[in-house]
Design a binder for this molecule. Structure first.
Ligand code: HEC
Length: 137
């Protein structure tokens, strides 16, 4: 009964309880993976599940003068929002609101929006059909 000597020095001691469970190092890396992944999972579920398009359409009336009635701005300096990724719009509006993305034009519009307003607007604009065509070369 001396398989202890044969055990590879890199392996855990055969009689130690944790030999049967995941190695502590594996547990640690699994935890880090979860911590890294969590914000993305939360961000995507909140932005995709929480948007009320009908309310977004109402709120978007104030944006129409620059971004177009359906988010297809016809003015080159104002980005088209129709068909833009929902998570991108949420991020852009949150950043204008916090000041992380600077725009003297957008700041006063993003400032008063609540998190829910932002999700609603994003849901509505993301579901409008983009009139962007395919570039002909
Ligand atoms: C007075 C004109 C104007 C109004 C009104 C306006 N925007 Fe904008 N918007 C702009 C301009 C100009 C930019 C580009 C700013 C920049 O350089 O970041 C922009 C950028 C954006 C972007 C980022 C787009 C991208 O491609 O990165 C989003 C999202 C956006 N606006 C949403 C809205 C919403 C939602 C409203 C209404 C609540 C609104 N905007 C009202 C002019 C306007």
């Amino acid at each position: 009964m001396n398989n202890f000597k044969q055990a590879d020095s890199k392996q855990c001691h055969p009689r130690q309880a944790h030999n049967r469970q995941a190695h502590p190092k594996q547990v640690k890396s699994l935890f880090s993976a979860l911590i890294v992944a969590a914000p993305f999972v939360l961000a995507s579920s909140s932005s995709f599940a929480g948007g009320d398009e009908a309310n977004g359409e109402k709120l978007a009336q104030q944006c129409a003068v620059c971004h177009g009635a359906d988010g297809n701005s016809s003015i080159a300096t104002n980005p088209k929002l129709a068909g833009q990724h929902e998570s991108y719009i949420v991020r852009a509006l949150s950043d204008y609101r916090s000041g992380a993305r600077e725009s003297a034009i957008m700041a006063p519009y993003a400032g008063p929006l609540s998190d829910q307003d932002i999700r609603d607007l994003a849901a509505w604009f993301a579901n409008q059909e983009s009139d962007l065509g395919v570039l002909k070369m």
